[in-house]
Design a protein around this ligand. Sequence first.
Ligand code: URP
Ligand code: ZN
Ligand code: ZN
Length: 454
Amino acid sequence: MVDLLIKNGTIITANDTYKANIGVTGGKISVITTERIEAKKVIDASGKIVLPGAIDVHTHLQMPFGGTVSADSYEAGTRAAACGGVTTVFDFALQKKGNGLIQTAEERMALCKPQACVDYAFHLAITDFTKEVVEEIETAVAYGIPSFKVFMVYKKEGLMVNDAEICTALEKSKEVGALISVHAENPDLIDSRIAKYLEEGKTSAWYHYMSRPEFVEAEADKRAIHWAQSVDAPLYIVHLANKEGVEAVETAKAKGYKVYAETCPQYLYFNSEVYKREDGRSFVCSPPIKGEESRIKLWEALLDGTIDTVATDHCPFQSYEKDWGKDNFTKIPNGCMGIENMYPYLLSEANKGNIPFNRVVEVCSTNPAKIFGCKTKGNIACGYDADLVIYDKDIDFTITQEKMHSDVDHTIWEGVSLKGYPVMTLLRGSIVYKDGEFIGVPGAGQFLKRARLY
Ligand code: URP
Ligand code: ZN
Ligand code: ZN
C-alpha cells in the first residue's frame, strides 16, 4: 500500500512519454506501473500530463539590490514558484564585503528556512575576493554549496569582481569540483555608453538597452569562455541573451569544453521593442532583452541543445520602485519577474507544437538537476522525490497580475495567452498548489545539501 497514487496520467520526462500510475511512499516515487496499486490517497490524472517539478536555478528573492530589496520575500517568491510548477528554487546568497562564505550561507539560511514553500538550494555570489575567501570555496562545497556566481558588472553596487579574480575562481573550482556561474557584460563599455546617453539627455528605458546592446554582452561571454577554456574549468553562463554569445557557446561545446548556457523566458518571448513601450521600465533587467535576431537564435539554441537550462532570474520590484527611473533609466532597479511563468510559458509553447514537451522538462528540470547536483530531483523514476506537476493541456489561460501569487503589483507577462496550464503541484508527495490556489506551508521547503559536482 502506497501513501499516494497518481493514476492514469501521461508521464513526460526528458526521455520518455508514456501512460502509467505513480505510487508515492514517504515523499518518494516508490513504484511506476500500469498495474493497479492500493493506496491511502488517490489523485486521478486521467487526460492530464504528469511532469517533474521545475528547478529554477536562478532567483533573487528578498535580495538587497538596486537601492532597495527585491519585492518578493522568500515566502512570496517560493509560493509563486509552487503555483508555477517550480518545486526547487536556487537563490543567490550574496556575500557582503568583509563577510565569509559560510557566514553568508548561514545568514541566508536563517532567512529562508522558515519561509520556504518549496525546496531550496543556494549559489554563493562572491563579491569580496580575498585569499581567505578563495580558501573558503572548498569549505562551502563541503557545507553543501558547490556552485558560485561572479559578476563581471555592477561595479557601483559593489558586486563586480575583476578578470583575474574570475580566473582564480575558475582554477579553484576545478580543484574542488565546483561550478562557477558568470554574469557576463562589459562594465567599461556600459559606463561609457551610459555617460554619453545621459549627457545627450537620452534617459528613457530604451537607453538601458542601448547602453548594453548585443556586443556588450557577447564580448564578455567570449572572454569568460576563453578563461574557462584556458584553465580547463567548467563554466556556466547565466541569463544568456544575445546571438553572438550563443554562437560562442556553440563553438566551445563543439570543441568539447564544458560550457553551460542558461537563458530566461523573458529573452525567449519578448524583444528589445518592449523598451519603447510606456511600461518599458518594467522590462529593465540586465542583460537587457535583445533584438529579434537574438530572440530567434535563442530559440534555435534551445531546440538544438546549445542552451542547457532555462531559469527565471526572478528579481521583481514594485511599480513605484521601477518609477524611480522615469526620468533616468540608470535609476530603475534591474530585474523582472517570471518564477510563476517560466514552466507554464514553455509548456504552452510545447502544447502549441513549438518545442517538444520532453525538451521543456529537460531544460527546466532534468538538466538543472544534473548540472547543479540535485540527485533526487529532475526526473520521474523510482527513488526520486515526488516533486510533480499535473498539467491540463486543454485550459486556456491568460496571465494577469491578479492571478499570480507573488507580492509584486504588476507582471511583464500581463495579457500573455497560454495554451494549457498546471492544475496541481506536489512537493515530495504533498499538494502545494491546486486549481489556482496555493495550499502549501511556508517552512515546509527543505534545504538541498549538495556534494561536489564532478
Ligand atoms: O536585472 C537583473 N538580472 N537583476 C538581477 C541581478 C542579476 O544580474 O542577475
Ligand atoms: Zn546577473
Ligand atoms: Zn540574476
